[in-house]
Design a protein around this ligand. Structure first.
Ligand code: GLU
Length: 307
């Protein structure tokens, strides 16, 4: 399985590099961009004073407790990354969580981030482990039966990450007989399983483990959203590249407990206001924008009726 024939030194260096970057939280606020525009420091979000949301059981419980517990990712460059030395989280999803909390009356020092893997998001929201979730979480009808979604606040698309020495994989049609890694419980995993059954699927809890497996030739490709893959490629551009065009639409939503419509709609209002006042854009430029992709227009918010 493990191939050692090709440039083991360079490979080791690259792997160590990625591990170091992933564990050292190199994408944290203030670190130099891999490419793309230099940015100002992260915005401070104005905290709503006297805000109250008594119809939301989640908000009411958090207010009594004195802080929000927000589910996030910790190993996705520019989106949700944890600095192991300081425990600080950073990235676009983290900024969305901070600006949403501020709009709901919670200053940044009253947010506790908790890392939750893709496969565990619905359960975490259902059993009250977290108040809401911001972590590359695609809104879809199946998940909407289990949780609520505010947003979307960003539109991603499924793509493929391969090694730079890979010449055979240009899109999902080339995956037959190839080892393809994705996160358990994710929409990209499910799509490969359903639409490209000749691919050899490998699942781990996180995409960073998939990337380690790619660098050590244990898999041939990693598949998930382009926004996530671009971040990994930007960390080691000599070793990894994103190929082909996105082949799905992945609207990112803020997950809330099912039935807490007051919280969901308050988050929709907050998102709309932050998109209008420029905070969304500033947050993007200071995080995901560092990967070199200019800020898109945010997608239209979908305020669906109470369920
Ligand atoms: N957006 C996709 C999903 O929600 C992939 C990214 C992820 O696993 O967080 O499943």
């Amino acid at each position: 399985m493990f191939r050692t024939t090709r440039a083991p030194r360079a490979l080791c260096a690259a792997l160590l590099g990625v591990l170091a970057l992933l564990t050292a939280g190199c994408g944290k606020a203030g670190s130099p961009p891999a490419k793309g525009p230099a940015t100002d420091k992260l915005p401070d979000y104005q905290v709503a004073r006297g805000f109250s949301l008594p119809d939301s059981p989640t908000w009411t419980r958090a207010k009594k407790r004195g802080y929000f517990v927000v589910g996030v990712k910790e190993d996705q460059p520019y989106l949700g990354e944890k600095d192991p030395a300081t425990g600080t989280y950073s990235g676009f999803d983290i900024e969305i969580a901070k600006m949403m909390s501020a709009s709901l009356g919670f200053p940044p020092d009253t947010i506790r981030f908790r890392t939750i893997a893709s496969a565990n998001r619905e359960t975490a929201l259902q059993n009250g482990q977290i108040d809401f979730y911001v972590g590359t979480y695609t809104i879809n009808p199946g998940r909407k039966k289990l949780v609520g979604f505010a947003g979307p606040y960003y539109m991603a698309g499924q793509s493929l990450l391969v090694r730079t020495d890979e010449n055979d994989i240009h899109g999902p049609q080339d995956l037959a007989g190839k080892r393809v890694c994705s996160a358990a419980g994710s929409t990209p995993y499910q799509r490969i399983k359903t639409d490209y059954p000749r691919a050899i699927l490998v699942a781990y809890d996180t995409y960073s483990v998939c990337v380690d497996n790619l660098l050590t030739y244990q898999v041939d490709a990693v598949t998930t959203d382009d926004a996530i893959l671009i971040g990994y490629a930007a960390k080691v551009p000599d070793e990894l590249k994103v190929v082909g065009k996105p082949f799905s639409r992945e609207p990112y939503g803020i997950g809330v407990p099912h039935g807490d419509n007051a919280l969901r709609l308050a988050l929709d209002d907050a998102l709309q206001a932050r998109e209008k006042d420029g905070d969304w854009r500033k947050a993007y430029d200071a995080t995901l924008g560092l990967s070199g992709v200019p800020a898109p227009h945010p997608p239209a918010i979908d305020r669906y009726p109470a369920s």
